[in-house]
Design a protein around this ligand. Structure first.
Ligand code: C2O
Ligand code: CU
Ligand code: CU
Length: 469
């Protein structure tokens, strides 16, 4: 965690800010991923520089691996802002191929969304582009390229982005921690395996053989004060792996999702969490009564000696009581910070039906939305500012984490049954042969991507465009 020191503040001011102008106050500390330095001292503006390039990174067992990184690390640096700030990020492309940066979950101007379609260009090798936008929602987001994402994200190009709440809405916790979860496929030489085009990968996306937390495969040790309470932010940046997380000897409340913290009445105790690709979760975490140790495991499927598929728990976060710390007086998440979207309608009428299907093409599997595959994409229209329902119908076996750019939605039902999946979201998992209804107020005009976030499915066609007007 890097925080501005007196020395760097002084230097910034020597370089030109008027004596009476106060530099932006430092952000509340977030542990887990090193924060980028805000290059603009003015209040209400944050400025960052990202360079996409190749680096050798310490990854598995301290071995070094060739990766593609932002500013030399994977995950890239934590970018932070306060809700309502203007954010300016200059991205320089030091790769040998075009790239972009997409700000996953931010409801910003479509020209700054980092996508490539219509007349929106990519950043050519050797070039730079400055993204500038206002961040309208507090929450945990992430950034990644939107060009050949299945290759570029897999190679390491992704990073977290936090928009902090107003001070009075921030939970009172002992620590605010970020856990960026990924899995990668590493070959016998410890290098990122080349992209496979086999049938299982086309059907299910690429699952890896190494699970990462904040770019490391070792488990993460957390020391917690007696009666301590922490805020954890989880981000799933994997190409395809839906993560099932299980909590042992921890008391966990789910307090938020993609679109930030939920009002108190929506929060609930959990001992397991499903985190689809692209999605985020916010948790309030305590040690269980009388426990001096707790864990967060990821549950994966493995083969036992008899060749049967069994669940295996991979320990990812190890929480230990630290008796040397003072007893915590933190109260946790008590504010009611977000305006929930208007309550779900009864879902009787579907405004936008989307059907997910696959067929076998000459070059392999093609994934479609309403029978169309990108770049010959299905295009649909939504009315700006009106609550509308979208039906996501999956006619095939593999699951699809559906992601809508530039908007937030809420989940209404699964196979006709109302669900309890509160809060504003930008990503929802649609299981095999399942039908999920969501609704959105389409608050942000423009031509937006709406696609599956299994990056191999997206690459094989599963992307549509919605025009909001
Ligand atoms: Cu995470 Cu289309 O993006
Ligand atoms: Cu997105
Ligand atoms: Cu999919």
């Amino acid at each position: 965690m890097r925080r501005p020191t007196l020395v760097t503040l002084a230097l910034v001011c020597l370089a030109g800010c008027p004596a009476e102008e106060e530099p932006t106050a430092s952000f509340p500390p977030v542990l887990g991923v090193e924060a980028a330095e805000d290059l603009d001292p003015a209040d209400g503006v944050v400025e960052y520089a990202l360079t996409a390039g190749e680096s050798r990174v310490e990854l598995v067992d301290g071995e070094r691996t060739d990766m593609w990184t932002f500013n030399g690390t994977s995950p890239g640096p934590l970018l932070q802002a306060r809700v309502g700030d203007t954010m300016r990020v200059t991205v320089t492309n030091d790769l040998d191929e075009p790239t972009t940066v997409h700000w996953h979950g931010l409801r910003i101007d479509v020209a700054m969304d980092g996508v490539v379609h219509g007349d929106l260009p990519a950043i050519a090798p050797g070039e730079s582009f400055t993204y500038e936008f206002v961040v309208p929602d507090a929450g945990t987001f992430w950034y990644h390229p939107h060009v050949r994402s299945h290759i570029q994200v897999e190679a390491g190009l992704y990073g977290p982005l936090i928009v902090h709440e107003r001070d009075e809405d921030r939970p009172d916790v002992d620590a605010d921690r970020l856990f960026v979860l990924d899995d990668i496929l590493v070959d016998d030489d410890g290098e990122i395996a080349g992209h496979a085009t086999n049938h299982p990968t086309q059907m299910h996306g690429r699952s890896g053989n190494v699970l990462l937390v904040n770019g490391s495969d070792g488990d993460t040790r957390v020391e917690i004060a007696p009666e301590g309470v922490e805020r954890w932010r989880l981000v799933n940046t994997a190409n395809a792996r839906t993560m099932t997380l299980r909590f042992e000897d921890l008391e966990v409340r789910e307090i938020g999702a993609d679109g930030g913290l939920w009002p108190q009445t929506f929060t609930r105790s959990i001992d397991e969490l499903t985190l689809p690709v692209g999605a985020r979760a916010e948790l309030e975490v305590r040690l269980a009564d009388a426990a001096d140790r707790g864990r967060m495991d990821q549950i994966v499927l493995a083969l036992d000696a008899g060749g049967n598929v069994v669940e295996q728990a991979v320990e990812q976060i190890d929480v230990r009581l630290d008796d040397d710390q003072e007893v915590s007086a933190a109260t946790g998440h008590t504010a009611d910070p977000t305006e929930p979207l208007a309550p779900a309608s009864d879902g009787a009428e579907i405004d936008h039906p989307l059907v997910f299907q696959a067929y076998q093409g000459v070059d392999g599997v093609v994934w479609t939305i309403n029978d169309r595959a990108w770049p010959d994409a299905y295009e649909w229209q939504a009315d700006l500012g009106a609550m509308q329902t979208i039906e996501l119908r999956n006619l095939a076996g593999p699951e699809h984490p559906f992601h809508l750019h530039g908007q937030m939605f809420r989940v209404v039902s699964r196979d006709g049954e109302p669900v309890d999946e509160p809060g504003a979201r930008d990503t929802v998992l649609v299981g095999g042969l399942e039908t999920v209804v969501i609704e959105s107020d389409f608050s942000n005009p423009g031509m937006w991507m709406a696609h599956c976030h299994i990056l191999e499915h997206a690459e094989l066609g599963m992307m549509s465009l919605v025009e909001v007007r």
